[in-house]
Design a protein around this ligand. Structure first.
Ligand code: TYD
Length: 206
């Protein structure tokens, strides 16, 4: 069972991912593994630091794609795949849908290239269930305003509008897997909805 959380920066997905992790840990006998993409392994965290460092303003879109893919390949090979093979529930804060939304819709790289990079990076692993927390850009920016923007977060409004459009498009074409949630709802209401939808699937697969 592999559950991922998606959305633009400031949508609240990390809060919801953590709440689901905590509740699963206290109710499930199966081990629960939490990851953030890019991140978790030493190599992936080092690549993440390159990607988010504002000093790297000359980083090109194709380099960006390959770095996100490299970080993900290491995370999949050393953490996600072994955990899934052992029967763990894996929760990821971002995964391949981020690459489609940010690098295809946001940066303008071709969908064919993104799909190929995603396939190489994951070795074919696809999330069982994905939650897309949809929030208008203005609200997301208000939630983020307190912290220092990293390289990706400094991309500008037009970029993020395209990223949101990308996520909405994905939700339409993969409606079975990707569940759109109104991220303007309260943390508690969102969590209950996520909990219900996850529990149904988990009960089904055990
Ligand atoms: P995230 O961990 O959500 O950042 P934060 O902890 O600052 O909220 O994600 C890091 C950034 O990388 C985020 O701006 C989205 C971006 N990203 C991509 O552009 N492509 C990808 O494939 C992934 C996984 C993330």
């Amino acid at each position: 069972m592999f559950i991922t959380f998606e959305g633009i920066d400031g949508c609240g997905k990390s809060t919801q991912a953590k709440l689901l992790e905590e509740r699963l840990r206290s109710t499930q006998e199966k081990p629960v593994v939490f990851v953030r993409d890019p991140g978790n392994t030493g190599i992936s965290e080092a690549i993440r630091a390159i990607l988010l460092d504002k000093a790297h303003h000359s980083l090109t879109s194709r380099t960006e794609l390959l770095l996100f893919s490299a970080a993900r390949a290491q995370l999949v090979d050393t953490v996600i795949r072994p955990a899934l093979e052992q029967g763990s529930i894996v929760i990821a804060d971002r995964f391949t849908d981020s690459t489609i939304a940010y690098q295809a819709f946001g940066r303008g790289l071709s969908l064919a290239d993104i799909h190929y990079a995603n396939t190489v990076a994951t070795g074919g692993i696809v999330p069982t269930l994905t939650f897309f927390l949809d929030v208008p850009l203005r609200q997301a920016k208000e939630r983020c305003s307190a912290k220092n923007a990293d390289r990706m977060e400094s991309a500008g409004d037009a970029f993020f509008e395209r990223v949101i459009e990308g996520y909405r498009h994905l939700t339409n074409v993969e409606a079975q897997r990707i569940k759109l949630l109104d991220a303007m709802l309260s943390v508690e209401i969102l969590h209950e909805s996520i909990w219900e939808q996850s529990s149904v699937l988990i009960d089904h697969t055990t």
